[in-house]
Write a protein that binds this ligand. Structure first.
Ligand SMILES: *[C@@H]1O[C@H](CO)[C@@H](O)[C@H](O)[C@H]1NC(C)=O
Ligand SMILES: *[C@@H]1O[C@H](CO)[C@@H](O)[C@H](O)[C@H]1NC(C)=O
Ligand SMILES: *[C@@H]1O[C@H](CO)[C@@H](O)[C@H](O)[C@H]1NC(C)=O
Ligand SMILES: *[C@@H]1O[C@H](CO)[C@@H](O)[C@H](O)[C@H]1NC(C)=O
Ligand SMILES: *[C@@H]1O[C@H](CO)[C@@H](O)[C@H](O)[C@H]1NC(C)=O
Length: 384
């Protein structure tokens, strides 16, 4: 695995309470390009019929987290599609061969005075691969945040080379055989009084931006126009949202369906029939590269995702990703590549401002406005 060092190097481990507003936390999110190997995690949760999926190809977003005393540093993939935090065990020399985990981190319990083993196995099943290890607790540090006895898993066998910070709903943790529920990251922050409400928003900025913002406990009103349209989650245990249609160049290509809003997925996977119609209109051939379709970067199109009350325009600049070889990767794919699950990943999310309300099982959605301005206000009650 190879991270483009120019993109990784500028990361600052900065997590801070917004000035004058102790109940809001902003975490910088760093965008990574992974050029040599496309990590692909498909998370299949055993406790529900609908698999939760994190697919990560080509790019991913990470935040910095410290674990232990003294602090061991990690860059973790920020995932709205799962609920656990896990890191690589220092003993995992196979997955982390060739210093693959040097930047993302490996946990060494013998170097932490505050680590406690829970004597419980950790196991999470992916469609491709899985992660296994042990549950434990230790102090989690992230800038101004300190969470003693935070429960996380330490994996000694897992696909990819980065641990995961799952921030999805409580109740979706990968617990087995009577393992006790625990407070995952958003819930632990609330329990410790850092935020009033388990609500957060993710602003990924434009495709060419190197970082975005993960805002907990509040909403940044400068990052969208008008108001957020509040939509209920289609299922309470995952970020599945109903959409009404998908339109391409003014023509409806997909009828109503449900999609996962998943920051852990780089691309957007739509129903196959809709994808085929679009591919035909764009005259996209079978030119694929690691499952990604290449397209002329000069193609122009209008792509719209219609929800009940709001339309998100997917801008060409966010959907066409320069391949580095003169052409572009198309940010849409057929969901036959994602177990027929429709996933609105980063190529969709970069166009939208999304506020996730974990307490009322709803999301707020609006077209993103790309700006450095901020207007952050805490959220203490339901979005609507
Ligand atoms: C993004 O990174 C740049 C360069 O490191 C930095 O100047 C800027 O403040 C960062 N923005 C955010 C939102 O973290
Ligand atoms: C987990 O993945 C490993 C390969 O990394 C495989 O050998 C093993 O069978 C998988 N376990 C399960 C239960 O799927
Ligand atoms: C890391 O793996 C080793 C076995 O290789 C195990 O003894 C140790 O407890 C693991 N560490 C953690 C924190 O789970
Ligand atoms: C937001 O509003 C501003 C000012 O009215 C306008 O210039 C801009 O195009 C709008 N952006 C979006 C994404 O609707
Ligand atoms: C996906 O749906 C197609 C029909 O559209 C079906 O042939 C295929 O078996 C399905 N794949 C999975 C993994 O469910």
């Amino acid at each position: 695995m190879f991270f483009s060092t120019t993109l990784v190097a500028s990361f600052l481990a900065l997590v801070s309470a917004a000035p004058g507003n102790p109940k809001v936390l902003t975490f910088p999110v760093t965008k990574h390009h992974e050029n040599s190997k496309f990590a692909q995690h498909h998370l299949l949760h055993n406790s529900r019929p609908d698999p939760l999926v994190i697919t990560n190809q080509f790019t991913y977003y990470s935040i910095n987290v410290g674990l232990g005393t003294p602090i061991q540093n990690f860059q973790l993939l920020l995932d709205t599609g799962s609920s656990d935090l896990w890191v690589y065990n220092v003993t995992d020399t196979a997955d982390c061969a060739y210093q693959a985990c040097q930047q993302t981190g490996q946990f060494d319990k013998s170097k932490s005075s505050t680590y406690h083993s829970l004597d419980e196995d950790y196991f999470i099943q992916y469609v491709l691969g899985n992660a296994t290890g042990y549950w434990g607790t230790d102090t989690l540090s992230a800038g101004s945040v300190t969470l003693p006895n935070f429960q996380f898993a330490c994996a000694d066998n897992a696909e990819g080379q980065t641990g995961i910070l799952g921030v999805s709903v409580a109740g979706s943790e990968s617990l087995h055989k009577g393992q006790k529920p625990y407070a995952n990251f958003p819930l632990a922050l609330q329990n410790a009084g850092y935020i009033d409400r388990r609500v957060y928003s993710l602003y990924l900025d434009q495709n060419d931006a190197t970082n975005g913002t993960f805002l907990l406990g509040g909403v940044d009103y400068a990052k969208f126009n008008g108001s957020l349209t509040v939509l209920p989650l289609a299922t309470p245990n995952a970020f599945f949202v109903d959409y009404k249609s998908i339109a391409f160049d003014g023509e409806q290509v997909a009828e109503a369906g449900a999609a996962v809003l998943d920051s852990g997925t780089s691309f957007t996977y739509i129903p196959d029939a809709a994808y085929q119609k679009i591919a035909k209109k764009l005259n996209i051939g079978d030119n694929t590269f690691f499952g990604m379709t290449t397209v002329d970067c000069n193609k122009d199109f209008e792509l719209e995702f219609n929800f009940d009350g709001v339309t998100i325009k997917a801008l060409k600049e966010q959907m066409l990703i320069p391949s580095g070889l003169g052409d572009c990767f198309f940010g849409l794919q057929s969901n036959t590549l994602s177990q027929n699950i429709t996933l609105f990943g980063d190529t969709f999310l970069r166009n939208a401002y999304v506020a996730y309300d974990l307490e009322d099982s709803q999301i707020g959605l609006a077209q993103a406005v790309y700006t450095d301005k901020t207007d952050i206000r805490p959220i203490t009650g339901p979005l609507k």
